[in-house]
Ligand binder design. Structure first.
Ligand code: SIN
Ligand code: CO
Length: 369
């Protein structure tokens, strides 16, 4: 594996052309989030019910332990070393974290963005060597972390621990990541990050579904249609063993499933947009009924922005662009769809489309404003 190349300053076009989903890179001079204190992290996780974990010890010493939150300061070991606190979904609770996520929305699909997980580690703290199935940007907010990486590795899992760690870890390259730097890793690059001093890392994860995950949703939607297609026909049951599934029956089933998936482009894009904007939706109460107050805010020209958890997708082009948020297709003009995807802020023009505004409310897309 080659040394990790640098990309300073960050150029989205170069990043997408040379590194995205291909190879790691170290980016400087771009994102510099203000770190949270450990107390603020734990308090935010407790207040907003965010998933949190405490990992102590080291995989190499086999004294590794995992404790799930909620956590408070009394749960943390007093020795000041070899532990990490991880808090997921921080972008749903902190505007500062949401702003960092917004930087990625400028050049990557909104519906791929998972969350910002913040890990706060004492010297020696680590989550262990592992591999992720998704892209991750590891932003060093404070302190330094030493990352070991491997492109070719033994995938055998270390069954001694609850988390999916690699048993025979052999790094191929190593680098130090300092505050103000960010390490990008495409899916499939094994990694092991160890804090060299007290440090904080913000990870932005992006995820896409597998074929079966998409089929699961498509099947559910298509099965509810009136024209869901024909049923399997048992043409020549075998009178000796009538319950046997014959190869001919399996062939017929395959053809029936293929025919069900033959959707025109617009239909498939619409279904995909619905699925991709809701398959990992962070649960929020739909705010139906509050439309009056949103309209009041817009009339007073106050900023109304999409909730940080809302995920959107566009499909179609030009005047035929459609907007889907949190799985709901919103009946609004193409210009409003494009503007909302770009800014995530509702302009006063939305006041002319009360039905679309209500759809937005019901999709849970507007939270704190
Ligand atoms: C960490 O920030 O400690 C771990 C993040 C990762 O490996 O994806
Ligand atoms: Co990882």
């Amino acid at each position: 594996m080659k040394l990790v190349e640098r990309l300073d300053p960050f150029e989205p076009g170069r990043f997408l052309g040379e590194f995205w989903q291909r190879r790691p890179c170290l980016i400087g001079d771009w994102l510099t989030p203000e770190p949270f204190s450990l107390g603020e992290l734990l308090e935010t996780a407790g207040r907003d019910g965010l998933p949190s974990r405490l990992i102590t010890g080291q995989q190499e010493r086999a004294d590794w332990t995992l404790q799930h939150g909620p956590l408070d300061e009394d749960d943390l070991p007093g020795n000041g070393q070899d532990w990490t606190v991880l808090v997921q979904e921080m972008d749903k609770a902190s505007r500062a974290a949401e702003i960092i996520l917004d930087a990625f929305r400028q050049f990557l699909p909104d519906w791929m963005l998972d969350d910002i997980m913040i890990s706060h580690a004492m010297p020696g703290g680590s989550v262990g060597a592992h591999v992720d199935a998704y892209d991750v940007f590891l932003i060093q907010a404070a302190g330094t972390r030493r990352w070991q990486l491997a492109e070719e590795f033994d995938p055998a899992p270390d069954r001694r621990f609850e988390m999916a760690l690699l048993k025979n870890w052999q790094p191929q390259t190593e680098l130090l990541v300092a505050p103000g730097e960010l390490l990008y890793l495409p899916p499939g690059i094994a990694h092991h990050g160890v804090a060299t001093d007290e440090c904080q890392t913000w990870s932005v994860g992006l995820r896409t579904p597998t074929g079966p995950e998409m089929m699961f949703f498509l099947a559910e939607s298509l099965a509810m249609r009136a024209d869901a297609g024909g049923r399997l026909k048992v043409v020549h049951p075998d009178s000796q063993t009538p319950s046997r599934i014959s190869p001919a029956l399996a062939r017929q089933a395959r053809d029936l499933m293929k025919a069900a998936l033959e959707l025109d482009d617009n239909d498939l894009q619409s279904l995909l947009a619905q699925f991709l904007t809701r398959w990992r939706l962070w649960p929020r109460e739909a705010m139906a009924g509050d439309q009056r107050s949103i309209a009041d805010q817009l009339q007073k020209e106050r900023t109304v922005r999409l909730d940080s958890a809302a995920r959107l997708a566009l499909f179609g082009s030009g005047d035929n662009t459609s907007l889907v948020i949190n799985g709901e297709e919103i009946d609004c003009p193409a210009t409003l769809a494009q503007e909302l995807a770009r800014t995530r802020i509702l302009s006063t023009v939305w006041l002319d489309y009360p039905d679309a505004l209500e759809q937005l409310m019901e999709s849970g897309a507007i939270g704190d404003y």
